[in-house]
Design a protein around this ligand. Structure first.
Ligand code: IMP
Ligand code: MG
Length: 179
């Protein structure tokens, strides 16, 4: 099997600079007080890891927890059903919460997650995504903090996969002619 060609879309340096900027935006929006970062697994973990260190440099000391959600994509049919595969260990009641994920595309999963944490009593639930693909939105949701607007291409790297591969790439690449 030949490896697909992957062209760099956002470089390591560009991502680092943008994440530093995002951390300042998050602090300036008042998310600094008792902030709980909720990293959405699996795709959000690399972005979240860099973002919490950038938050440190911006003077914010977040707690971190993880959530794994089955997306509608994993089902045999697009039933719209979402289940929690790995739940938070942290009580979000009264907390400022920032959900961190890789891409906002249809928004179904993240809209569901945002509503869930609100129902659990979070004082405020924000959403930070590394990439926004606005062309395919199916749910009423926008991110509060966006790394980059992403063209309508299939991308990998920086936590994002194609068939479980390429999460480790230190840049965001566009898969050219995926099979
Ligand atoms: P949605 O917003 O519920 O449609 O789900 C977005 C999720 O789909 C992201 O968190 C990724 O896991 C996945 N996804 C969407 N577009 C891409 C892509 O270009 N590359 C890799 N994963 C993608
Ligand atoms: Mg995802």
């Amino acid at each position: 099997m030949t490896e697909p060609r992957i062209d760099v879309l956002f470089s390591t340096e560009a991502i680092a600079a943008r994440i530093a900027g995002l951390a300042g935006e998050i602090r300036d929006a008042g998310f600094g007080e008792r902030l709980l970062v909720v990293a959405v697994l699996k795709g959000g973990f690399v972005f979240a890891a860099d973002l919490i260190r950038a938050l440190h440099h911006a003077g914010v000391s977040p707690e971190v927890d993880f959530m794994s959600l089955s997306s509608y994509r994993a089902g045999t049919a697009s039933s719209g059903t979402i289940t929690v595969l790995r739940d938070l260990e942290t009580d979000v009641a009264g907390r400022q919460v920032l959900i961190v994920d890789d891409i906002l595309e249809s928004g179904r999963t993240l809209a569901w997650a945002k509503r869930l944490l609100g129902e659990r009593g979070a004082a405020r639930v924000g959403l930070a995504v590394l990439l926004d693909k606005p062309g395919h939105r199916a749910a009423e949701i926008e991110a509060d903090f966006v790394g980059f607007a992403c063209p309508d291409l299939f991308v990998v790297g920086f936590g994002m996969d194609m068939g479980h591969a390429y999460r480790e790439l230190p840049y965001i690449g566009h898969v050219v002619d995926p099979q």
